[in-house]
Design a protein around this ligand. Sequence first.
Ligand SMILES: [Cu+2]
Length: 119
Amino acid sequence: MNDRLIRKARPAGLAAVLIAPLLAFSLMGCAPQGEEHVVTIDGLKYSPAELEIHPGDKVVWNMTSTGMAHDVVSNDGLFQSELLNEGEFSHTFTKEGEYGYHCTPHPTMTGMITVVAPE
Ligand SMILES: [Cu+2]
């Protein structure tokens, strides 16, 4: 009887240990209640190239493309990713404004994030 209780308790305890940090992490991530917007790379373009968001929103650039490395570099130095063939880079925008960015190896690759207050 005791043995069974212990055996049952173990997986639940393990799950709690695994889930607790994830839960804490996701709660922190959600703190400003921002939306998440995804920009992908389509050929030599960011897609969408222009995006309008609200303060507190996060933009996730999905860098997975067809074998070419790209980066995401803010024109005014606010954010900068590494050169990436895959994976993603994200930035949360807290202030209203226009934030242009570009790709270092491909100067024609440009994008703009416009942060406006919610109506
Ligand atoms: Cu590029």
